[in-house]
Design a protein around this ligand. Sequence first.
Ligand SMILES: Cc1cc2nc3c(=O)[nH]c(=O)nc-3n(C[C@H](O)[C@H](O)[C@H](O)COP(=O)(O)OP(=O)(O)OC[C@H]3O[C@@H](n4cnc5c(N)ncnc54)[C@H](O)[C@@H]3O)c2cc1C
Length: 367
Amino acid sequence: MHGRARDPGLADELHFGPFRRMLRARLTPPRPGAQWTGITTRLAERLLETGTVTAVLTMAPDPADRWRPRPVLVTDPAELAACRGMRMGYAPLLALLEPAREAGHTRLAVVGIPCQVYALRALERSLGLDRLYVIGTPCSDNTTTENFHEFLGLLAEDPAAITYLEFRTDYHVELRFADGRTRAIPFLKLPLSRLRPDFFPLTCRSCVDYTNVLADITVGYMGGAGEQWLLVRNARGEEMLAALGDELQTGEPTSAGRRRAAVAGFLKNVERAAGGLPIRAMPGWLRPLVAWLMPRVGPRGLEFARARVEMKAVETVLHLRREHPRRMPAMIPDHVWRLVLPYGLTQASGEGVHPDRAAARKSGIQR
Ligand SMILES: Cc1cc2nc3c(=O)[nH]c(=O)nc-3n(C[C@H](O)[C@H](O)[C@H](O)COP(=O)(O)OP(=O)(O)OC[C@H]3O[C@@H](n4cnc5c(N)ncnc54)[C@H](O)[C@@H]3O)c2cc1C
């Protein structure tokens, strides 16, 4: 869909996958209920408003639980506003592809996280669509909505009143409450040690597509230094972005700090956690100081995004090595090995390139 694989020779493609351009961006005015400013939903709305597609496949909140995602096929742009916001949980988004086809939709847009988009691309040819627009968001980790409720219960005395949660790039989790209160909790003060060790399943801990590489456009925040972060990956991504016109304010992404020590420290913590959550071994008295320092001297902007992608790569190698070593050749693409190399992680014998992938490479087929 991009006409080429990631090119490690181009700046940042090894980390973020193929892209034409990267932007910092914000929608003006920001849309109510959006996770950030609502660019994701607005891209989908414009596709419906302009008749470019006849339906959008995305997630809405379950009427009985605002944190539970529920797949929906939307044909009226006004109904997309209700889909704004991030909900932690799994839901079978692609199960609505067949109903969409049966309803006669041949021009379709899909909003999805990387694992959904990956499966969508695998099915794309068999769907018989005239046009498919893919709006992707990054995803670091997901969990069941039940687990997520447990997490909320550890963060506040009135978890049912929490309406918004985000892991911000200034190393704080932001909470918003139904009565208008807000709270920012430093990452270092999160009650991670009280979460079940398998809070994030191995599927997420070994995921190699944080940035949604197969989307036409990726809309995230982690390289945006407090704003949204766009990766326009191909012509279709450009077409969607152009439809926002002057509703979108854009700028060049920024980058500051150095990631090396942060990623190396993370690697040690993952090793120490032996399959559980990587909790920092740090005396309690030091935590407030480090929590204060991190947003000021830690990696910021694109450097923060590079650090997070490298941390995910480290996790993939260490968790698979521990839990499913025989799957490593099939599950770890070459670029992941290149990302972890500076931290001393190299392929042991038997962990190398899968024979099928080697054969595909020889015959010129590349992911
Ligand atoms: C589980 C999860 C983890 C994420 N982790 C990161 C991260 O680490 N770094 C980063 O930059 N961005 C991450 N994101 C994306 C981020 O939360 C924002 O959604 C994104 O930046 C777009 O903001 P927006 O204001 O444009 O979105 P909005 O306009 O508010 O739209 C959000 C869209 O996300 C969809 N959505 C919500 N929950 C789910 C879900 N469970 N599964 C599939 N789709 C869903 C909604 O249907 C809606 O279409 C994550 C998203 C999810 C769902």
